[in-house]
Design a protein around this ligand. Structure first.
Ligand code: NAG
Ligand code: NAG
Length: 213
C-alpha cells in the first residue's frame, strides 16, 4: 500500500500539470486546435474569413461556448463547408459579413424558443438557409451542424437529382451548390441551454429543376 504522503504528492503533481496545460491552451490557441483539420482547407478558409466578425451570438457566454472565439467560430463554419466542397473540386465559399449579420439577427430571435424554424416562409426563400438545433447538455459547435447537413450526401442521387425516398438532402445540396459563393452563419445559446445555428447562402442553391453541380 502506498503511503498517504506519496499519494498526495502524485495527485498534486497531476493537478499542477493540468494547470500548466490549461494555461498554455488559454494563452496560445493553435489555429483550429479544437477540431482535427486539413491544413490546406483550413488555410484557404481562414484566408476567406478576413474581416469576419464571427458567428457567435455576440455575448461572452455565446463565444465561450465550446471555448471558441468569434473569429475561430466563423472559420470553423467555413472550414466544414469548404472541406466538403474542396473534396469535390469545387471552389471554396467565402464568408460574408452581410449574410452573417442576417443569420445573427435570426439566431437572436430564436434565443428564447430555440425552435428549428426557417427565417423565410416556405417557397419564399431569398437566400439559401440551413438550420440546426441541438438539445441542452452538449456544447454544439459549428462542425456538428455542418457535418450533420453534409451527411445527407449519402441519400442524394445525382442521376435522379433526388433523395432516397423519405430522406432529406437539401442541406447537402446547398453546401455543394456550385454557384453558391458566400456563406454567413450564427450560433446562439438558447435560454433553455440548447443551441440554435443558422447559415445563409448566396447565390442561393436548391433551384428547382437544377442540379447542384
Ligand atoms: C497553412 O498556413 C500555415 C501558416 O501560414 C503554414 O505554416 C502552413 O504551411 C500552411 N499549410 C498548408 C498545407 O498550406
Ligand atoms: C486536404 O484537402 C485537400 C482538398 O480537398 C485534399 O486535396 C488533400 O488530399 C487533403 N489532405 C489530407 C491529408 O486529407
Amino acid at each position: 500500500m502506498k503511503p498517504l504522503a506519496a499519494l498526495l504528492v502524485s495527485s498534486l503533481h497531476i493537478h499542477c500539470l493540468c494547470l500548466l496545460l490549461r494555461g498554455a491552451l488559454a494563452t496560445a490557441p493553435a489555429p483550429g486546435a479544437h477540431y482535427k483539420y486539413n491544413a490546406t482547407v483550413y488555410n484557404v478558409s481562414a484566408a476567406r474569413c478576413a474581416g469576419c466578425v464571427g458567428g457567435g451570438d455576440g455575448t461572452a457566454a455565446g463565444s465561450a461556448l465550446g471555448g471558441l472565439g468569434a473569429w475561430a467560430e466563423a472559420v470553423e463554419f467555413l472550414y466544414y463547408h469548404n472541406a466538403v466542397r474542396m473534396a469535390r473540386w469545387e471552389l471554396p465559399l467565402a464568408w460574408s459579413p452581410r449574410l452573417e449579420s442576417y443569420a445573427r439577427s435570426w439566431a437572436a430571435q430564436r434565443r428564447a424558443d430555440c425552435a428549428l424554424r426557417h427565417s423565410f416562409p416556405e417557397g419564399q426563400f431569398a437566400l439559401g438557409e440551413n438550420i440546426f438545433w441541438g438539445g441542452a447538455g452538449a456544447a454544439w459547435r459549428p462542425g456538428d451542424a455542418v457535418k450533420d447537413w453534409a451527411a445527407e450526401g449519402v441519400d442524394y442521387s445525382y442521376a435522379a437529382n433526388a433523395c432516397a425516398p423519405g430522406r432529406e438532402c437539401g442541406h447537402y445540396t446547398q453546401i455543394v451548390w456550385r454557384r453558391t459563393a458566400y456563406v454567413g452563419c450564427a450560433r446562439v445559446l438558447c435560454d433553455d441551454g440548447g443551441v440554435f445555428m443558422t447559415c445563409n447562402y448566396y447565390p442561393p442553391g436548391n433551384v428547382v429543376g437544377e442540379r447542384p453541380y
